[in-house]
Design a protein around this ligand. Structure first.
Ligand code: NCD
Length: 327
């Protein structure tokens, strides 16, 4: 296992499978009355969140607690970052307290990789700008695998605001590692520049036409809707909300048509959802929706990630203070 988890590309196929298998046993713990494992006793995990979060932050906190780690949450608003302290000073201050892992969410793409170069602790990327969100891709893969088994050759359609989506970037990488057949759909204004070249390199298909992606060719096994990230938009990326949802929203009618082609099709969304914009309430709550399964998988997968990064053999790390070693 790598020492940090910064990108979904840090994991090879065997490592992904190992994390998903560990997550499956962690998932069983969620059903117990006493949700506690001693695996990370004595280890300290800091969740450092410079951007808002509900699911990711709370699931990392619960994951750490259920593994008996000492977990502390720090948010930008309550920290010295709001007094002008630099990211480097903030993380060096925190890691001077001998922490074992830093879980970081930051609005700057690449922030987590920078931090990994400054500290000896394991760094886990919990979302950096529009770049990556590897544990989300792992929990999405876990959710799909539970329902579909091996993802090789499975057809996954990812739809929405791809320009601003770190979930899309990590998912394309991880699903590629697992051999899934991925199509991504966005209006031209929400398709990242360079996507064409990237899709050729990593072997996924681009489309601007949702109905064609969903209803022409082999039926989808999974449709993953992504949030329109208005907070990252400076101008108008589409004329009106109504036009967006007509062209790119998952309506009840679209789900019905999908289910006629494949009645086991899964509807996913990483949350938070804009109901009525990228996904209708019927689609979000209806048959085939595994959106809450994704949330519950989030705890199990983050337990597995913390376990693999922190409870392994630390000899390499202890010897060379971890700058290059892997454990
Ligand atoms: C995503 C994120 O923060 O990147 N949400 C999440 O982690 N569950 C997606 C989003 O904000 O739309």
């Amino acid at each position: 296992m790598p020492r940090h988890l910064l990108s979904a590309a840090d994991l090879d196929r065997d490592e992904v499978i190992e994390i998903l298998e560990t997550a499956a046993s962690m998932h069983d713990i969620q059903r117990r009355d006493v949700k506690k494992l001693p695996a990370l006793r004595g280890r300290t995990v800091i969740n450092l969140f410079f951007e808002d979060s509900t699911r990711t932050r709370s699931s990392f906190e619960i994951a750490g607690k259920w593994m008996s780690a000492d977990t502390i949450n720090i948010t930008a608003k309550g920290s010295s970052a709001s007094k002008g302290e630099s990211l480097r000073d903030t993380v060096l201050t925190i890691t001077a307290m001998a922490v074992d892992a830093l879980v970081i969410r930051h609005s700057a793409s690449g922030a987590c990789r920078q931090v990994a170069g400054w500290v000896d602790a394991s760094v886990i990327n919990a979302g950096d700008g529009t770049h990556e969100h590897p544990t989300q891709a792992l929990l999405d893969a876990y959710t799909m695998t539970r329902r579909l088994g091996d993802l090789a050759g499975r057809r996954v359609v990812i739809v929405g605001d791809l320009t601003h989506s770190r979930v899309f970037r990590s998912n394309v990488l991880l699903l590629g590692t697992l051999g899934a057949d991925v199509t991504v759909v966005a209006p031209p204004t929400l398709m990242p520049s360079g996507a064409a070249e990237w899709s050729r390199r990593d072997g996924f298909v681009l489309s601007h036409d949702l109905d064609e992606a969903l209803f022409v060719g082999p039926a989808a096994d999974v449709v993953m809707m992504l949030r329109v990230q208005r907070e990252r938009m400076s101008g108008g990326f589409f004329p009106t909300a109504r036009e967006y949802s007509v062209g790119y929203g998952l309506s009840r009618e679209r789900v019905e048509r999908l289910r006629r082609r494949n009645e086991d099709v899964l509807v996913m969304h990483p949350g938070p959802m804009n109901r009525g914009l990228e996904i209708s309430a019927d689609a979000a709550d209806g048959l085939g929706s595994v959106i809450l399964d994704q949330v519950s998988a989030g705890v199990a997968v983050r337990m597995a990630v913390l376990y693999h990064l922190l409870s392994g053999d630390h000899s390499v790390r202890d010897q060379d203070s971890g700058r290059e070693g892997t454990t």
